[in-house]
Design a protein around this ligand. Structure first.
Ligand SMILES: [Zn+2]
Length: 259
């Protein structure tokens, strides 16, 4: 990320419109570049000024009355009553159709997006962990080392399973962020393939069955169990990834995760 790119993206960054990877690149650049950090500081203070109540004001009542009286004096007095009725009827009907359309379209998009946004973040996080050579904060194949490492770093304790006997070796854990909350990332290895398993508390009891999808060529499987949401992502083939999920689920009993 250079200064020009940062300038182009900085407003999107403050509006929370960028994907995680870009936001992190911008933060890295702001840490290193004094001029960009200065202009970010100015934008931040402008935004906080604009959000204060004393720079906003309500329209005076007299202005509203003036607009209304101008409007009513401009309506033609010689209109036949019937035609005025039909004109307003058509305007009203069009407005209802337009509102209904927006509602339907917004519904379709928001239903698509909530799962899609998470899937996108999962893939970004997976790719970043491989690219930045930052796969683990606690590199260990011992579940009794990895699990306690999360103590005090998360407000929950993720279940950590050893599946090395079944060919999925635990290589460590990492703190990560998905959907603006800190989550546990557990890392497993199958031959040359890294598997990231993300875990965080979930209240979505309706999503217990597994949902598989493909994003940017990576296989993803999501499910929830015992009050936790699980997302697994890898370039491993789907059949073996499903086997991994199956093994995990066999070792993770239903109900609030204790262990
Ligand atoms: Zn810069």
């Amino acid at each position: 990320m250079n200064c020009d790119e940062t300038r182009d993206l900085i407003h999107g960054y403050f509006d929370g419109e960028l994907e995680l990877v870009k936001s992190i690149e911008i933060e890295d650049h702001l840490n290193d570049c004094h001029p960009c950090a200065q202009s970010a500081k100015q934008i931040r203070s402008l935004r906080s000024t604009l959000s204060q109540d004393n720079v906003r004001f309500d329209l005076p009542k007299s202005l509203e009355q003036r607009v209304r009286s101008t409007l009513s004096s401009n309506i033609e007095p010689k209109q036949r009553p019937g035609s005025l009725f039909w004109r307003w009827f058509v305007v009203g009907a069009s407005a209802i159709v337009a509102v209904a359309l927006v509602w339907v379209i917004a519904g379709v998009f928001s239903r698509q997006s909530s799962g899609d946004v998470i899937a996108q973040e999962i893939v970004s996080s997976h790719v970043r962990s491989l690219m930045a050579d930052h796969l683990t904060d606690v590199p260990s194949s011992d579940q009794h080392t990895v699990k306690p490492w999360f103590n005090g770093k998360l407000d929950f304790s993720p279940p950590v399973k050893d599946l090395s006997q079944q060919g999925f070796s635990l290589t460590g854990g990492r703190l990560d962020y998905i959907g603006s909350r800190p989550v546990a990332a557990l890392v497993y290895q199958r031959r040359q393939h890294s598997i990231n398993l993300f875990v965080w508390p979930s209240t979505d009891s309706a999503a217990e069955s597994e949902r598989a999808s493909v994003h940017q060529g990576y296989n993803l499987i999501a499910w929830s169990n015992g009050g936790m949401a699980y997302w697994v992502v890898s370039d491993l083939n789907l059949a073996e990834l499903q086997q991994f999920v199956q093994l995990l689920r066999e070792q993770t009993p239903d109900g609030p995760a204790k262990m």
